[in-house]
Ligand binder design. Structure first.
Ligand SMILES: NC(=O)C1=CN([C@@H]2O[C@H](COP(=O)(O)OP(=O)(O)OC[C@H]3O[C@@H](n4cnc5c(N)ncnc54)[C@H](OP(=O)(O)O)[C@@H]3O)[C@@H](O)[C@H]2O)C=CC1
Ligand SMILES: O=CC(=O)O
Length: 320
């Protein structure tokens, strides 16, 4: 008998077909946690869970007594309570690596768009404000030859640094919990304490996972340590930043501007204070969202799921 799998996100048909070859699949476009919903009924019998973003904690797991593996279609896994999963002997997997270049393209693009004020200038053209000369009050700042400070120089961070160093001739400083001599040598990246990095960087780019340690790591104190001309980029998770402090830093000119892909609440509420700020460039958590990469992520996650359900060790098993 095939194991039962629950797919709770929209995934490419060919990937779902592959899962169906190996499992009996219940498929939903989105989870519905209300008691008695078809999703919750299917969960009771499911041995595998495939999708992205669902919060999997002790209360949820109490309603999934047969679960053996949770396969995230994402590299971040802050939606999963890993100690709780492992105490119940349930595997968890993610999709590292396959999205690194795509996310780096997005985050570096966001950085350039913020520095050169591209969304604002797009509005300027569409609103008929482009008359004869372009006044210097719409000019941006250079990216090339500036200093990029990256907090969380891992898989994605390395690809951002590659673009900065070899594409834009930038100096790179970084902060992790531990030093990475290989990347220091390859990209000339220089290690800094967090406070040193904040004070020195022209662009501060946050790329850490969301953990108890990184939750709220950039707040009022950290914005005040940054240069007044600094541009802050967040590609990690919204909750790594104190959003109220960010809004205040942007309003008061404590920093120049911010480019954001992630928010405390997603989707970002319609009248969120950030939406009123011209010096904030806002993307809808779209870092890995190209057709090619999302397909690759779905395949990776599906293979992890099937391997786990077959009793094999999945390629991307998250270690507790
Ligand atoms: N915007 C988007 O669409 C996307 C966002 N992401 C986010 O990016 C995150 C990073 O992904 P990825 O690069 O693959 O992950 P990696 O694990 O490869 O890299 C994370 C880096 O963060 C560092 N880090 C972890 N904790 C801390 C800390 N407390 N202080 C400083 N540095 C820290 C780690 O170094 P060390 O262990 O030495 O501290 C590591 O180098 C994901 O977890 C996810 O949240 C990912 C994909 C898309
Ligand atoms: O945010 C996306 C991810 O893969 O993590």
């Amino acid at each position: 008998m095939k194991p039962k799998a629950l797919v709770y996100s929209k995934l490419p048909e060919e990937v779902v077909d592959y899962v169906k070859e190996h499992c009996e699949v219940s498929s939903f476009d989105a989870p519905d946690n209300t008691s008695g919903s078809p999703f919750m009924e299917a969960l009771k019998e499911s041995e595998g869970l495939l999708g992205s973003g669902l919060k999997v904690d002790a209360a949820f797991l109490d309603r999934a007594p047969r679960l053996r593996i949770v396969s995230n279609v994402s590299v971040g896994y802050d939606n999963l309570n890993i100690p709780e999963l492992s105490s119940r002997g349930i595997m968890a997997t993610n999709t590292p690596g396959v999205l690194n270049d795509t996310v780096a393209d997005t985050i570096f693009g966001l950085l350039v768009a913020t520095a050169r004020r591209m969304p604002e200038l797009d509005r300027y053209v569409r609103n008929g404000q482009w008359k004869e000369s372009r006044d210097q009050d719409i000019f941006g700042i250079d990216v090339h030859h500036k200093t990029l400070g990256i907090i969380g120089l891992g898989g994605i961070g390395e690809k951002i640094v590659q673009r900065a160093r070899f594409g834009f001739d930038m100096d790179v400083i970084y902060h992790n919990r531990s030093r990475n001599p290989k990347l220091e040598e390859h990209y000339g990246a220089v290690y800094r304490t967090l406070d040193e990095l904040l004070a020195e960087a022209d662009f501060v780019c946050l790329m850490t996972p969301l953990t108890p340690e990184t939750r709220g790591m950039i707040s009022e104190r950290e914005f005040k340590l940054m240069k007044k001309t600094a541009i802050f980029i967040n590609g990690s998770r919204g909750a790594t930043v104190d959003e109220e402090a960010l809004v205040e830093a942007l309003r008061s000119g404590t920093i120049r501007a911010a480019g954001l892909d992630v928010y405390v609440q997603e989707p970002l509420p319609e009248h969120h204070p950030l939406t009123a700020l011209d010096n904030a460039v806002l993307l809808p958590h779209i870092g890995s969202a190209t057709q090619e990469t999302r397909l690759e992520m779905a395949w990776t996650a599906a293979r992890n799921l099937v391997a786990g359900l077959k009793g094999e060790t999945p390629a991307n098993l998250i270690q507790a």
